[in-house]
Ligand binder design. Sequence first.
Ligand code: NAD
Length: 476
Amino acid sequence: MTRTTEPSFRESVDLMFNRAAALMDLPPGLEEKIRVCNATYTVRFGVRLRGQMHTFVGYRSVHSEHMEPVKGGIRFATAVNQDEVEALAALMTYKCALVEAPFGGSKGGLCIDPREYEEYEMEQITRRFAYELAKRDLINPSQNVPAPDMGTGEREMAWIADQYARMNTTDINSRACVTGKPLNAGGIAGRVEATGRGVQYALREFFRHPKDVAAAGLEGSLDGKRVIVQGLGNVGYHAAKFLSEEDGSKIIGIIERDGALFDTDGLDVEAVRQWIVKHGGVTGFPDATHVPDGGTVLEEECDILVPAALEGVINLSNADRVKAPLIIEAANGPVTAGADEILRKKGTVIIPDMYANAGGVTVSYFEWVKNLSHIRFGRMQRRQEEARHELIVSELQRLDRYLGDAWSMSPNFKAQYLRGAGELELVRSGLDDTMRIAYQSMAEVWHDRSDVGDLRTAAYIVAIDKVAKSYRAKGL
Ligand code: NAD
């Protein structure tokens, strides 16, 4: 039956969960146990600003503790509400299971428009929110580890880490209480761009499977593909930048709060980003057509649509007009359950959020491990690896001399081969591996089961199965 009313975000996630669970053979009661959100804490706290008390409302939801700590970002936005936070926490459970990050699912949010406050005010508000959560163990290296999300970034994570450390002065692992920190405050190389990088790796893996590419009615590689991106924030900017600079894709549309930029010849992502940083929006950008009603650009002809802003943007009101044959959900929940149904019927291939934006939590996992091990990745083995490579290079040099003009080493070979992997290379390699393996596990279910017609259902089946196995291992 075709849906006529839009469910809430949490109901949307539950509907997608139910669709997958109906195809599985879960023991009675376990399905319900996995689906429901374990707990949501609501806090209202006051901060004295500009001579008067301001009250803020925040949430931290714990969806599933089948593994601890639980993990999930903290969002700062005016639209934050309990339903949204619970939906996002549920997605975190399934996302972590799918990419084998050993965490349960959680999420937090604060109802605030960060643009309305000065930096020192934001610090006071963030520290107070962190205090409220930390004193209830809703921030804790072994129980609950937040990360950045919409409206938050390295700066907020550094404040949270410092606030936790002040409250737990003897906790040697205090830095592991939050991820997405700046490098000089216990962060890891490659975390800022990790989610966008993960979107790129997800698309690269998709295009390595010609059958899947054909299912979307596309062919070839990412080179020359026309891409429309919504939201040029952390995730959208990095995804668009890497796809255009490294894979030859053409970013023909960028949709932001104040309208969209459109140019079929391709936009300069870096120039647009700099314009937004300077002017606060895309309006006035000189080298493209400005479309005041930005949302309509979601409906333009393109090869790949990358919603990377917020949830529910592709819904019952516009799904039938969306022409992109391939949608990669860089944001969480950009396609509602009703729209998903319409798009599936049209044959649109959707690479689902729980996989597409898992790069962030994957690199957060690496950061958490780094914090707990108190050592930078690569520090012990890099020079030893280089010394072993040096042995091979010196043998090749001997051969080079012996063979004279008949053979010589390629230029740059020595320098490239000798360089041992630093932290950034290791993070990228771990992320790439994770995205490839997770895609393959999803795609296998998609292809092998005649009752599974889309990647989202396949992703839920893989994730639910892993969560169910954890519960069973606990004897539940
Ligand atoms: P962000 O705050 O850095 O960027 C969001 C961007 O979207 C901003 O540029 C904003 O101006 C734009 N935007 C907001 N409302 C819009 C609208 N109505 N139309 C068009 N553009 C709009 O946030 P982010 O961290 O990039 O997160 C974006 C999405 O990705 C969210 O759904 C988030 O949950 C998800 N996500 C983020 C991470 C992460 O590591 N940051 C990880 C996983 C998933």
